[in-house]
Ligand binder design. Structure first.
Ligand code: BTN
Length: 257
């Protein structure tokens, strides 16, 4: 069971984890975070659970959350970041996550744009970013992070894996959580100043599962096939089409072909 006191004592940052809500079992930490944010919970509030019975993934999918994983949501209140910049921030958070996992586990995690983490072509972590805004101004963003840490792959959906399954080792979840929160806080503070991904772009492109690959991108109105050329400083995916033209993807679902 997560202990708020223990997490707080380990954290070195100034924003994240000043308020922590821990649960043994919840429906979804994301729903709790929305409620807390709408009642004015401060920036950096962390909601973490041992298990979720109704974990939410992207596109309304279910997120399987058995014991042994890291399932948490963070409340961000980034004044001066507008809604079009919020997707760049989510890409940055995915990158922070990949960097910490690579460093702590030595596993060669890659990021499938926009922000799914993969190991050996199997999904190991995902981010669900949901924002509330007034016109173009962001009121708050709830960043939900799910990492299959010490979870048995047999209890995960087909195509998913865990850090433990890939490394053959049990991972210290508390240490990983603290490192992740510290890294996200630091990168977030940088983003609040720069409003773009320029400082991170080299690694973002290097660790991308789709850059340099033939991809199919599903957009709301059509699908395109092309070559993943790069990720730009706004976090958009640049796809080179077969006729040599390029398309800038702001949001879409990518698959490798
Ligand atoms: C994805 O589909 O890739 C995103 C998965 C996000 C899962 C996390 S687990 C913690 C938080 N609570 C939820 O219900 N979902 C997010």
């Amino acid at each position: 069971m997560w202990q708020a006191k223990e997490i707080k004592q380990s954290l070195k940052g100034n924003i994240f984890g000043k308020q922590i809500h821990t649960f043994d079992e919840v429906g979804s930490t994301q729903d709790i975070a929305h409620t807390l944010a709408s009642f004015g919970s401060p920036e950096g509030t962390l909601i973490i659970a041992e298990t979720q019975t109704a974990g939410i993934g992207t596109s309304g999918k279910n997120w399987v959350s058995p014991p042994g994983g890291l399932w948490f949501s963070l409340i961000l209140t980034p004044t001066l970041i507008n809604i079009s910049q919020a997707s760049g921030l989510t890409i940055l958070i995915g990158h922070s996550l990949a960097r910490v996992i690579r460093k702590e586990t030595n596993l060669p995690v890659l990021v499938k744009w926009p922000n799914d983490l993969y190991l050996n072509n199997k999904k190991v972590a995902g981010i669900l970013s949901e924002s509330s805004s007034v016109e173009v101004a962001v009121k708050y963003i709830i960043v939900g992070i799910g990492i299959n840490v010490n979870v048995d792959s047999a209890s995960l959906p087909f195509g998913a894996t865990s850090l433990k399954s890939e490394s053959g080792k049990e991972i210290q979840r508390m240490e990983l959580l603290v490192k992740i929160l510290e890294a996200i806080e630091k990168d977030y503070l940088t983003f609040k100043v720069t409003h773009n991904l320029q400082l991170f772009l080299k690694e973002i492109n290097e660790w991308s599962l789709v850059v340099g690959q033939k991809v199919k991108v599903r957009l709301p109105d059509k699908s395109i096939i092309g070559y993943g050329q790069s990720i730009d400083e706004q976090g958009h995916l640049i796809v080179e089409l077969e006729d040599g033209k390029t398309e800038i993807i702001i949001a879409g679902t990518v698959s490798l072909i």
